[in-house]
Design a protein around this ligand. Structure first.
Ligand code: UTP
Length: 404
């Protein structure tokens, strides 16, 4: 394992970026979003990707990603096909959201939807739960189910016909993610890695992210729920958290690796199932629907990071939280639509400042007004500064401003 931490060597970053850009220009990289989750904590009725997240235009998560992909396609003069994993519950609504919105400006033929697998749910004594007198309660098999689903759906075969070599994997709930990040792509290719990951230093010991660890010389991610709090609080002699490297579910995956793991051809490989105790709708002895008020059963999910121990040359690079990670998980509080909206505004405010604009903010970098920058205007500080310099006339009032 190599952790390139604390910024690393600028020359190494520059050369990684060049390698990534060359792979993009050669059309070797696809985008991949896992969007089959149930989004229970957000409590939104619809596919999470159709949830509006931007402050002014109320763009949905899917639109934000589509615009980021479109911006990268334009910059590198290439096609970046986008694969989206749905579930039985949200597939039709997801496809309809793209059709109703003209694929958010992308070519329909470059967007590929497929459904993930399902697992039966069992009650707390291990018996299969019925959802209806003639139907078993089934639930999506976790984001780790993507490896099988990518192969089974024909997505990997489609990628091969297009000359794709690696997949940029990200979750549907994080609009800040640089879905196409040339330096990350370049590190992945340069290190001949099967699976690469981004990490952020944990903000505090109890932060709910997985931990990159080495176990018997293999890289693993240990979920926060599987690591005792006393271990999460351990520090090094310098006072830094010992288990510092938090996983933010951003990966690069080689398609040969996905093919080997997802096809079942490699008999030594199987992702484990993790159990999650949940409220599962069922029926009573008379066949009448029952909506439980507390967890009554167990769902089984695979996690994509459990593929890491099977990967050759896995690498982890450190990224800046404020440039890559602000997920919408909960309806209120931490990781909510409000924190995510503020993190987007803070990022655009940093870009404006980098372009030489004076903006007053509070101590967290948040101005007192809202504004929005489309990824089609700029998708990084660097691209923002150059667009801003060329912009005439420059806006004087930022409140309510939309740069598109
Ligand atoms: P989460 O762990 O946040 O789960 O998923 P969730 O189902 O979306 O939300 P809750 O826990 O019910 O509130 C992380 C990412 O993995 C995807 C989600 O869509 C999200 O992008 N995912 C999760 C799947 O694609 N399939 C799954 O079976 C589970």
């Amino acid at each position: 394992m190599r952790i390139l931490k604390g910024g690393g060597n600028p020359l190494e970053w520059r050369s990684a970026r060049e390698v990534g850009e060359a792979a993009l220009r050669a059309g070797q990289v696809a985008a991949f979003t896992v969007a089959g989750g149930q989004g229970t904590r957000l409590g939104y009725d619809g596919p999470k990707g159709t949830y509006p997240v931007t402050p002014i235009r109320q763009k949905t998560l899917f639109q934000v990603f589509a615009e980021k992909i479109a911006a990268a396609q334009k910059r590198y003069g290439t096609v970046i096909p986008w694969y989206i994993m749905t579930s039985h519950a949200n597939h039709a609504a997801t496809v309809a959201a793209f059709e109703d919105n003209g694929y958010f400006g992308l070519q329909a033929s470059d967007v590929f939807f497929f459904m993930q697998g399902r697992m039966p749910a069992v009650d707390l004594s291990g018996k299969i739960i019925l959802e209806a007198p003639d139907a078993i309660a089934m639930s999506p098999d976790g984001h780790g189910g993507s490896l099988r689903a990518l192969v089974r759906s024909g997505a990997v075969a489609d990628m091969r016909t297009r000359g794709i070599r690696a997949i940029s994997y990200f979750q549907v709930d994080n609009p800040l993610v640089r879905c196409i990040d040339p330096a990350f792509i370049g590190f992945h290719f340069k290190n001949r890695s099967d699976m690469s990951s981004k990490m952020i230093p944990k903000a505090y010991p109890a932060e709910k992210v997985g931990h990159f660890c080495m176990q018997n010389d293999r890289m693993v991610v240990i979920e926060y729920s599987d690591m005792p709090m006393a271990m999460q609080e351990l520090t090094t002699a310098d006072g830094e958290l010992l288990y510092l490297a938090g996983s933010i579910a951003i990966h690069m995956l080689n398609i040969d690796f996905v093919d080997r793991l997802g096809s079942g051809k490699d008999a030594t490989f199987a992702l484990p199932f993790h159990r999650a105790d949940k409220k599962i709708k069922t029926i009573d002895a008379d066949g009448k629907p029952v909506v439980p008020s507390s967890p009554n059963g167990i769902k089984f999910e695979m996690f994509v990071f459990d593929a890491l121990p099977f990967a050759s040359n896995p690498i982890v690079i450190e990224t800046r939280r404020e440039d890559d990670f602000s997920p919408v998980k909960n309806a209120t509080g931490l990781d909510s639509p409000e924190t995510c909206r503020n993190d987007q505004i803070r990022q655009w405010t940093r870009w404006l400042r980098a372009a030489g604009v004076q903006i007053e903010t509070d101590s967290t970098g948040l101005p007192s007004f809202i504004f929005e920058v489309s990824p089609l205007f700029a998708d990084s500080e660097e691209s923002f500064v150059s667009r801003w310099q060329a912009l005439e006339p420059k806006p004087e009032n930022f409140s309510g401003l939309y740069l598109g």
